[in-house]
Ligand binder design. Structure first.
Ligand code: URA
Length: 224
């Protein structure tokens, strides 16, 4: 049927038997739909402090509670932030996309802005680059970039996401984290005009940079 050109994928005839389809692909044979492609959803949220990085919780409001998207119940989080942390959280119903983003070997950089209680010592830059041994997990953290922005301010780029990693790394150099904000994950960066609690759809393309002009920030009226 494929060789005979009777199969259409997303509306176009496909003659390659190895062409990969998934549940987001629509497939027709002889003009009859055999699979309706599901709508793939990719969102970014600017998580406010106090909101849980989870889909549902009995005690706390969650990132999903911030959304008023019709498919919000299908979504899962691409990595989490501590409840007190703020900034970029990605959500999707496309498991392949989130797996790729989280895959340890892909080394997707995540950028955090940090404020500390104590002054950050200059040696911290070298220590972050060398990595820290975490006894509980028996691992040494991968080289992380620490940029000092002020005595108590820094930007950190991580390519992994261990439990409380940033807090633990700063603790090792004698500085407690006062606030932690995630600015970006790979090419997905929180836009300047996006207030805490707002969300918007994003393109899943890895080469995308900023959202286009047609992208609007949304806010769930239930939480305004
Ligand atoms: N590291 C932390 O300690 N907390 C976060 O929320 C993210 C990274």
């Amino acid at each position: 049927m494929i060789a005979a050109g009777r199969v259409r994928v997303n509306g176009a005839v496909v003659r390659d038997g190895f062409y990969e389809v998934d549940r987001f692909t629509s497939v027709e044979v002889d003009g009859k739909t055999v699979q309706v492609g599901a709508n793939a959803v990719y969102l970014m949220v600017n998580k406010p402090a106090g909101i849980l990085s989870a889909t549902s919780d009995l005690e706390y409001r969650t990132v999903v509670d911030l959304l008023d998207h019709p498919q919000k119940e299908e979504l899962h989080l691409v990595g989490r932030l501590d409840r007190a942390s703020t900034g970029l959280v990605l959500l999707t119903n496309d498991g392949r996309w989130s797996k790729l983003l989280m895959h340890p070997e892909r080394n997707v950089p995540k950028v955090y802005e940090v404020e500390t209680k104590e002054v950050i010592p200059a040696e911290a830059v070298e220590a972050f680059a060398r990595g820290f041994y975490f006894h509980t997990e028996d691992i040494t953290t991968l080289p992380a970039e620490l940029e000092l922005l002020g005595p108590n301010q820094a930007r950190v780029t991580l390519v992994e996401g261990r439990y409380h990693q940033i807090k633990r790394m700063f603790h090792r150099v004698g500085a407690q984290v006062r606030s932690l904000h995630r600015a970006s994950i790979g090419p997905w960066r929180l836009p300047e005009d996006m207030a805490p609690g707002q969300w918007r759809e994003v393109s899943p393309e890895w080469h995308q940079l900023e959202g286009g002009n047609d992208v609007v920030n949304r806010v769930n009226p239930a939480y305004t």
